[in-house]
Design a protein around this ligand. Sequence first.
Ligand code: MRU
Length: 380
Amino acid sequence: MLVQGQPRRTVWLESDGESVGVIDQRRLPFSFETLTLRSTEDAARAIRDMAVRGAGCIGAVAAHGMFLAARECEREGLAGGAFDAAFAEKGQELRATRPTAVNLAWAVERQLAAVASVVSASDKTAVARDTACAVADEDADFCRRIGEHGLPILRKIFESKGGKTPVNILTHCNAGWLAFVDHGSATAPIYAAHAAGIPVHVWVDETRPRNQGARLTAWELGQQGVPHTLIVDNAGGHLMQHGRVDLVITGTDRTTYSGDVANKIGTYLKALAARDNGVPFYVALPSSSFDWEIADGLTGIPIEERGGEEVSRIGGWSGEAESEIEVNLVAKGTPVANFAFDVTPARFVTGLITERGVCPATESGIRALFPEKVPAPARV
Ligand code: MRU
């Protein structure tokens, strides 16, 4: 997608073939900066500290981190089983950075399997590099296809409203291209509709505590010229009661094979309000965000808890200082809890928009689109 009119991706292999470039999302929207990752530890830190975030982007950075890990193993002179063991350990380091987004574990597993399929250290590194690039390319392609499959939903709503007024979409957090490699998941149908000449307007939840909606979604929609309005997290229900939301589209960090959706904290409340007001609630995801082993999202999906300072403090730009400033929001010593995600039960989800099409959020609906992904015997 575009940054100041120039197409960009969130993750790329640098021209030296040895390091990885990413957009530092912590600086947006005030400054567009990139980071160069040269080691497994660099990649782990970028994910842990949320320089990169969002399900698909985390997966693509993890896949590239595994390429850096393979290079390290080769440089250490490791071969055969010793290479594979050290490589798996580095994969574990990456996996441990964030618990909820399943794309992370998925990317690491994919790299482990790919690298185990060849013997020499140089072949293993080459396979890890190719796999990292394939993960990024696939993510971009799958998100583009999510846009194609979501477009008819928006077109139908536009026509049902008389074909003159914009389709109002509410979204939560950032499931835009910054959260993937390109296009985004929740935003892909919106970008596709905008490109097709269907007027759209997006209500952007600010998404406390880290404000991914305010800082990232609003910025990327603006760069793309998509009309949008920033709202506080609690405004969505009011807007739905007054007929000002035609549909909700969110992303997901992990969706069970039965259709339960883990997403940024507050998503569940939007789904409840949508149900009460007869507003369709769609979730857009590439297949890499399905968990094929968990049936019950409420008991099975680990919910990340983050540091309290994300709630008790807030950063922003005064317009005068060179960089952002941070201020306290609460009295010193106020106890704080910071749950990063919640689970929306499948019964509240109108449909899942995937790279293979739109399906009901049910085990049979998902299986009809992904028949080869036979779920393992239910763990929970
Ligand atoms: O904690 P984050 O910023 O990594 O949260 C992930 C998200 O961006 C959202 O939950 C998003 O809606 C789904 S991931 C594309």
